[in-house]
Design a protein around this ligand. Structure first.
Ligand SMILES: CC(C)(COP(=O)(O)OP(=O)(O)OC[C@H]1O[C@@H](n2cnc3c(N)ncnc32)[C@H](O)[C@@H]1OP(=O)(O)O)[C@@H](O)C(=O)NCCC(=O)NCCS
Length: 130
């Protein structure tokens, strides 16, 4: 059975862009899973949330609730700094297994919200704005 995830705390900047949690094998120290997340603020949700950018569990270790425990550990870690009011993440349309996993935890989709991304040349154009 894998051991509970521990925080490695990655961010060395004054305002860290993210933190990472590895889940390691109790015996060998092999990495069996990992999560990366960043804080985000939402006026709609009246507080700080946690955006989970990455969640991964090694194939042989899936189904032992390590994914759930990584999410819980991230919440515990973030709660040390902020009172987290919500978790947010994106899942690919064709990732039905992950979708089942998130549905079971109680994640829900906001159909009336569309997430937009600005990057590449469009971002550079905005950066040049005087
Ligand atoms: C999705 C994921 C993080 C779940 O982690 P986990 O530790 O297996 O999750 P749990 O043990 O808490 O929950 C198991 C449930 O997750 C779902 N699941 C998703 N992918 C699975 C897989 N490859 N094998 C087994 N269960 C999987 C199932 O609903 C499963 O329930 P079941 O055992 O009744 O079928 C993990 O399967 C994974 O890393 N998948 C590949 C990467 C990925 O898709 N990440 C999410 C990106 S948004």
């Amino acid at each position: 059975m894998p051991r509970a995830p521990t925080c490695c705390g990655t961010a060395f900047a004054e305002y860290p862009a993210f933190f990472a949690l590895p889940a390691e094998d109790r015996n060998g120290g092999d990495v069996l899973g990992a999560l990366m997340a960043s804080p985000l603020f939402s006026t709609t949700n009246a507080g700080v949330g946690l955006y989970v950018t990455d969640l991964w569990v090694a194939a042989a270790t899936r189904g032992y609730e390590l994914g759930r425990r990584l999410l819980a550990a991230a919440l515990e870690e973030a709660d040390k700094e902020w009172t987290v009011r919500f978790l947010e993440l994106a899942v690919y349309q064709d990732n039905a297994k992950a979708r089942t996993f998130y549905d079971r935890l109680g994640f829900s989709q906001f159909a009336d919200e569309i997430f937009l991304t600005l990057k590449g040349p469009a971002l550079e154009n905005l950066r040049k704005t005087q």
